[in-house]
Write a protein of this length. Structure first.
Length: 108
């Protein structure tokens, strides 16, 4: 890591207001100014092929320790198997719904 990167981050942190966000050149990763001094965080929001966010709120990472811990979880095979099962369960429910069924409507 270069000292110029650290200096640039320090400049951004001092000029940004709390909760300001700046996109980075890494797709899906933004810098966010956290409250209380010159604290920055990464906000990670995965994007689709069109560059649109896949969720509204991102994952905030404020230290290398957190980053490494999340990375370890994301590459864990058992965690991968769990999310595949959840994904398959969701797909099954969507497919299982009969479009001819009437939906309940809450009327006012």
């Amino acid at each position: 890591m270069s000292s110029s990167l650290i200096n640039r981050l320090r400049e951004y942190a001092s000029s940004m207001k709390d909760w300001d966000k700046i996109k980075t050149s890494v797709e899906g990763v933004s810098l966010v100014k956290m409250p209380g001094g010159e604290k920055l965080s990464l906000e990670i929001i995965p994007v689709n092929e069109e560059g649109k966010p896949l969720k509204r709120k991102g994952l905030f990472v404020t230290s290398i320790e957190q980053f490494e811990a999340f990375k370890d979880i994301f590459i864990n095979e058992k965690a991968h198997d769990l999310i595949q099962g959840i994904d398959a369960l969701i797909e099954k429910k969507v497919v299982a719904k009969d479009s001819s069924e009437e939906e309940d409507v809450f009327e006012l």
